[in-house]
Write a new protein. Structure first.
Length: 190
């Protein structure tokens, strides 16, 4: 009889299923959560795209309703179970969807004040293109690949976003790889 594995993400107990993606270093994960939640600020509705187990969705749901989407049904199942067993969170709506092939459209993004995306190494080109056409005020891009992050940020900047901050995080200890959290905002109209 094997023991259960339970992680704490944003103070929420999450039981990951086998082979589900996890962040490599807890201190780096905490730093990323802090940067993302600070950047989202007082947003009234947030989308967490490529959400995995809810690394960002769970802490964000302490302040605002969250739409959490990922292609990994096992990760979404773990997130759903954690949400059902946790009090004090704003609603988290979960969906299984391949955002690489079927990104949220400009229409689907209406009503979101902030969007967080943390894609695999291939990046989120199609989703960045849809965000560039949207009216979402704040976008936070989290990436473990500087090349695809630069490409996705260029698409967002071309779409009218301004880069406010990019923070490197030493997520992959003893390697030359870095994680980065980029905060972009649409300029206020005058």
């Amino acid at each position: 009889n094997r023991g259960r594995v339970v992680l704490s993400i944003g103070g929420v107990a999450v039981e990951p299923q086998p082979a589900v993606f996890l962040q490599a270093v807890p201190a780096a994960e905490a730093a990323m959560i802090s940067l993302v939640t600070a950047a989202v600020g007082k947003a009234k509705r947030v989308a967490d795209l490529f959400c995995g187990l809810g690394t960002f969705a769970l802490p964000l749901a302490r302040k605002a309703p969250v739409l959490a989407i990922d292609s990994d049904a096992r990760a979404i199942g773990s997130l759903d179970l954690a949400v059902r067993n946790t009090q004090g969170l704003k609603p988290i709506e979960t969906r299984v969807r391949d955002l690489v092939r079927e990104p949220l459209s400009r229409k689907e993004l209406e009503g979101f004040d902030a969007v967080v995306f943390d894609p695999p190494r291939a990046g989120a080109l199609a989703q960045a293109e849809a965000l560039a056409r949207s009216q979402v005020k704040t976008v936070i891009a989290v990436s473990c690949n500087p090349q695809t992050l630069a490409r996705d940020l260029a698409v967002l900047v071309e779409g009218g976003y301004e880069i406010e901050d990019v923070t490197p995080i030493d997520q992959f200890l003893y390697s030359n790889h870095l994680e980065a959290v980029a905060v972009l905002r649409r300029p206020r109209r005058r």
